[in-house]
Design a protein around this ligand. Structure first.
Ligand code: SF4
Ligand code: SF4
Length: 393
């Protein structure tokens, strides 16, 4: 299993995590799932469901091994009249959180995730109703270690992150969503008319969100990496071609700030398919060729951080150079400063990340070999010169 830092939380999380679909749909399997996870080094799981039976079953399965798992559990997800509800009522929210601790048999949650906010007005309500303040209080009491937010909308997520409390973002990451503008209703992302004209490149807000998270040290935990399974199926995929689960995971893990993919496995076999990512070959993980040949999608000229152009004879990590360069540009643009204008600067974090690369854009031999391998037609040689201009070497 591979592990990554979850933003600035100090947590080392397995790149494959568990969603809670299996626990919820058949909570008698909670122990089996945790056994599989533990045996394979999966140390992170998400529990959005307030279903009391699922929480109790998980608590039972966790007995004697709480310290083996990092738990992301949701604040604002409540159980009412025998079903799940997203609530902004502070009393309900508090009662549901205390219930969660009790049923899980623990006195702390690692990441307390403010649940499912996709609209600006909803974020306003969350704050006005004292839910952010409640999360701060839980953190001060040690009942949660970090504050998170789950969202599908890049604009709302960016706004919440800029306000400063959010340390972990649970976000829907797959190439289909990545090409579409944010919406307050996630179901709109699957409306038939959205897919009529084909696609071109990433939605700029989604790109900005990933870069913002990376530069602020906000770790991303991913949901919907398979877009509900549609992108695994040639007939259902909006691109007109299917990806494998390994390619979907590889794509999501290549977005800046992403630390782990919560696998919404509904059975043991599906969980093992996600864990199999760790044993996949580089060829199996490579999504670039598939993307470049999608009948209805164009990514021309846009660096996807896919590393398909590696290795470079000067040993430059071309994907990282692009990533850090884009982070610098995005950071400045988010402050209204365009490249070439007064005030444009390299933030300390990106300066340091770039410095520790073993080889830099200034080492580029301008041989052009990388460009013959890049499936997206990126002007790498010019971009290396561009990076030298920004970083100085
Ligand atoms: S330059 Fe092309 S091949 Fe290299 S990481 Fe970017 S998109 Fe991938
Ligand atoms: S052009 Fe530069 S970055 Fe590309 S392979 Fe040659 S040395 Fe490496």
């Amino acid at each position: 299993m591979e592990y990554r830092k979850l933003g600035n939380t100090g947590l080392d999380v397995s790149v494959i995590a568990m969603g809670c679909e299996a626990f919820v749909e058949d909570n008698s399997r909670a122990k089996t799932f945790l056994d599989i996870a533990e045996a394979n080094g999966v140390n992170y799981f998400d529990l959005f469901s307030p279903d009391p039976a699922a929480r109790s079953a998980l608590g039972e399965a966790l007995k004697g091994r709480r310290d083996k798992f990092i738990i992301q559990s949701h604040i604002s997800s409540v159980w009412k009249n025998g079903q799940y509800e997203r609530s902004r009522d502070l009393d309900d929210v508090k009662a549901a959180f205390e219930d969660s601790l009790e049923r899980l048999g623990t006195d702390y949650i690692d990441v307390g995730m403010i649940h499912y906010c996709d609209a600006d007005s909803d974020w306003d309500t969350i704050k006005a109703n004292g839910i952010v303040e409640y999360a701060r209080q839980l953190k001060a009491e040690g009942k949660i270690r970090h504050i998170g937010l789950s969202s599908h909308n890049p604009q709302v997520a960016m706004r919440a992150i800029e306000e400063g409390d959010i340390e972990v973002l649970m976000f829907s990451v797959n190439y289909v969503y990545d090409m579409l503008p944010g919406t307050e209703n996630v179901d709109d992302l699957w409306a038939d008319e959205v897919y009529e004209g084909g696609f071109e490149n990433m939605d700029p807000d989604r790109q900005r969100l990933y870069e913002l998270c990376e530069s602020k040290g906000v770790g991303i935990t991913v949901m919907k990496a398979f877009a509900g399974g549609d992108i695994l199926d040639e007939k259902l995929s909006p691109a007109g071609a299917a990806l494998t689960p390994v390619q979907c995971i590889s794509y999501a893990l290549s977005r800046p700030a992403v630390a782990t993919i919560c696998s919404g496995a509904r059975n043991e076999e599906q969980l093992m398919q996600s864990i199999a990512y760790c044993d996949a070959t580089d060829e199996e993980k490579d999504y670039a060729e598939s993307f470049a040949n999608f009948p209805r999608v164009s990514w021309t000229g846009h660096c996807m951080y896919c590393t398909h152009c590696h290795p470079c004879p000067a040993e430059i990590s071309i994907a990282d150079v692009h990533k850090f360069m884009n982070l610098v540009i995005a950071h400045n643009e988010s402050n209204g400063i365009m490249e070439g204008s007064e005030g444009f600067r390299v933030p300390d974090t990106e300066r340091e990340h770039y410095r520790v690369l073993e080889h830099h854009a200034g080492d580029c031999l301008q041989c052009g070999l990388c460009e013959t391998r890049c499936p997206f037609g990126v002007g790498i040689r010019e971009n290396m010169k561009h990076a030298v201009k920004i970083f100085g070497y």
